[in-house]
Design a protein around this ligand. Sequence first.
Ligand code: UP6
Length: 256
Amino acid sequence: TNVPSALPVAASSSSPVRDQLYSIAEKKRSILCVAADVQSTKELLGIADAVGPHICVLKLHADIIQDWTTDTSRRLRELADKHSFMLFEDRKFADIGNTVVAQFSAGVHRISSWADIVNAHAIPGPGLIEGLRHACAISGRMIGLLLVAQMSSKGNLIDERYTATCLRMAREAFPFCIGFIAQERLDPTGKLFVMAPGVQLDSKGDQLGQQYNSPQYLLKRKGVDFLIVGRGIYGSEEPAKAAQMYKELSWSVLHG
Ligand code: UP6
């Protein structure tokens, strides 16, 4: 199938977060997001600095960092500015609006004070999105939301109807909501983009249900816009080299 890239429609977007992402992607020739799922500040900052030149987004799970402090987020932001990439907290919010407001802005992690992109499950309904949007406005920062519309894990409970509802909810929430975590293109116009996890060249999956596809399959056959690679990069001998390889391969699949 011939699925067009979302890059050409970047100019027609009216979301500053989306615009910034596409401008970084084009400048660095990278549609790569690295998932830095390590457990200490030192490792997290080390990975961020090493892969920084090759990525448009660094995705993290702040709640798996054992020694997280405000200094961790401050230094992460410095690296994001140094290398020009965006910070994506993969929190997958999934509660009522009132609770997600607190989870987003308070606690140890104070996500709304440093993240550029966050994500959420759609299952609680539009109140969750309203809550996040509200907390975002209070923070005074520009943050983009991705809805988890599909998952990469085996046996997940998401069906086509749920995914279609996510698409409707995301359209209504644009420009705060700028896209999806999913496994295929959902918005034919590409305005709402897709970041796809479950990407690795040397593995088909893990022991706990993760399923991997190749960059070629996801970009060419499924029409996704950005790739998320975790263990395939931070788990390799030389993360910087692996990131460069995934960056160049995925860019050439789209533009070569
Ligand atoms: N992730 C998935 N699948 C989803 C949604 N999110 O794997 O459907 C996240 C995981 C992890 C990363 O939480 O941070 O993407 C994938 O990492 P991996 O490449 O090491 O498997």
